[in-house]
Design a protein around this ligand. Structure first.
Ligand SMILES: Nc1nc2c(ncn2[C@@H]2O[C@H](COP(=O)(O)OP(=O)(O)OP(=O)(O)O)[C@@H](O)[C@H]2O)c(=O)[nH]1
Ligand SMILES: [Mg+2]
Length: 441
């Protein structure tokens, strides 16, 4: 998944100063050059990296971070704030007033995910925002495009307007609006044709549709895998169409994600959605503050809780959230998390949202995940109630007993205890920092 390496490198950098009370001027330079390498390695645009670091360096000096009591937290906060600005700072909301009709136009190069994203957003708006969407199949470049949108519409339980006999995209859109007028659809999502590269004919077609529709949102889909090309594409489309946002698709397949970090700064167009898989539920609203939290290794509890709320009983997730915010974390809490995780689909994605557990994510793939969860649960189940509450009781003989009882080894027991301690440490930090980080509240 995009940003994995960057998150790892950034949290490693912050960890270097965790135990230090003061950082020197020179030390700050070393730390920032680590951050620079991590960003460049993630394919973030050089100009963006330079500006980003200059801002952080200057502010670090101004804010007397070097002499502050907890320089690591102060520096993290600074990097967090700058990341939020770099990625947003506005949070995209699709909270449109009830009864107001909204039109969303999807544009983008061939195969970047327009059709899929249109269906994903339609499903999201219908299920989460109580809208009544209709999809319009205005990609007439190939007949299969209409079938594809119709199938996706069925899967999402969203109506689709299509006309296989129409050859002109603008005429189709006009007919679609005629069909829609007087009906109670409040959100119109228009899928359009793509091309391999930006060309005159495509732009003219899109421009005529744009002029007629005057859409509320023009969303450009870009493939995360295309790296820095994203910036040229966004610029190219933006010249003619006035984009309102980007949808970065195939985020799941990209390990770097640097373009996402650069594109707002370079084009002024914010990322509003990310595609995280081929299924219709695989889409995320792009929250700059949550992403910044994740990037600095603080996890993304908000998103985790939201997913937990949609897939599990609300009470259990609220209880576990409250305990975390209170800085309480025992093996029973860890067990509860494992139980929840096993119900929530991709373990890797979930682990990344839990502060302190992101390292764990790198160690598993989703195929192994069930086995791993089973093992860890078995280890915790083999502990007594007292041991779960007080890991300091876990001496060698007890560890032996637990390993035997759970069919694992002492090394595996130790590994889990280690992970537990790390998570607990981050929970404490989270508690201290929750006041400063709006995204954590
Ligand atoms: N892994 C992954 N695959 C995606 C994502 N979004 C779209 N895809 C896949 O990418 C392929 C192209 O997606 P489409 O939605 O058809 O793209 P398009 O822009 O409409 O393509 P054209 O209409 O041909 O220009 C399909 O196989 C999708 O399933 C994503 O977020 N992650
Ligand atoms: Mg398409």
């Amino acid at each position: 998944m995009a940003f994995d390496k960057l998150t790892e490198a950034l949290s490693a950098t912050f960890k270097k100063i965790t135990k230090q009370d003061r950082i020197s001027d020179k030390h700050l330079d070393t730390l920032l050059s680590d951050v620079r390498l991590a960003l460049l390695d993630a394919d973030v645009n050089t100009k963006v990296v330079n500006e980003f670091l200059t801002k952080i360096h200057d502010q670090a000096l101004n804010q007397k971070i070097l002499s502050s009591l907890k320089p690591n937290e102060a520096l993290m906060k600074l990097v967090y704030d700058e990341l939020v600005l770099l990625l947003g700072p506005e949070t995209p909301d699709f909270d449109w007033p009830k009864g107001q009709r909204k039109i969303v136009l999807f544009v983008g190069l061939q195969g970047t995910g327009k059709t899929t994203s249109a269906a994903k957003l339609a499903k999201y708006l219908k299920e989460k925002k109580d809208r009544k969407p209709i999809l319009v199949a205005a990609d007439l470049a190939r007949p299969a495009a209409i079938d594809q949108l119709e199938i996706l519409g069925q899967q999402a339980h969203v109506d689709v307007y299509a006309d296989k006999n129409e050859k002109n995209a603008l005429s189709l859109v006009k007919a679609a609006m005629k069909h829609i007028n007087g009906k109670d659809y409040d959100t119109i999502l228009v899928d359009t044709a793509g091309r391999l590269a930006i060309d005159e004919a495509l732009m003219q077609e899109l421009n005529s549709i744009f002029d007629f529709l005057r859409p509320d949102e023009v969303l450009l889909t870009v493939d995360a895998l295309s790296g820095q090309d994203v910036i040229h594409t966004a610029d190219g489309f933006n010249k003619t169409l006035k984009l309102s946002g980007l949808i970065v698709t195939k985020f799941d397949a990209d390990a770097k994600g640097g373009a996402v970090l650069s594109v707002k700064a370079l084009t002024g167009v914010p990322v509003k959605l990310v595609g995280t898989g081929e299924k219709l539920d695989d889409t995320d609203i792009f929250y700059p503050d949550r992403m910044a939290n994740r990037l600095i290794g603080m996890g993304d509890l908000m998103s985790l809780v939201e997913q937990a709320q949609s897939k599990l009983d609300v009470e259990a997730s609220e209880r576990s959230m409250q305990r975390m915010m209170d800085g309480i974390f025992t093996f029973d809490d860890m067990l509860e998390q494992f139980n929840q995780l096993s119900k929530m689909g991709s373990l890797q994605n979930m682990l990344k949202m839990i502060p302190g557990a992101s390292q764990l994510a790198g160690q598993v793939n989703d195929q192994d995940s069930n086995a791993m969860i089973k093992k860890n649960r078995a280890i915790i189940y083999s502990m007594t109630k007292e041991e779960r509450n007080d890991p300091s009781l876990l001496r060698a003989s007890r560890k032996n007993r637990i390993a035997k009882g759970s069919g694992t080894s002492v090394t595996e027991v130790n590994r889990l205890i280690n992970q537990f301690e790390k998570a607990k440490e981050q929970m404490r930090m989270l508690k201290r920092m929750s006041k400063q980080f709006p995204g954590l509240k």
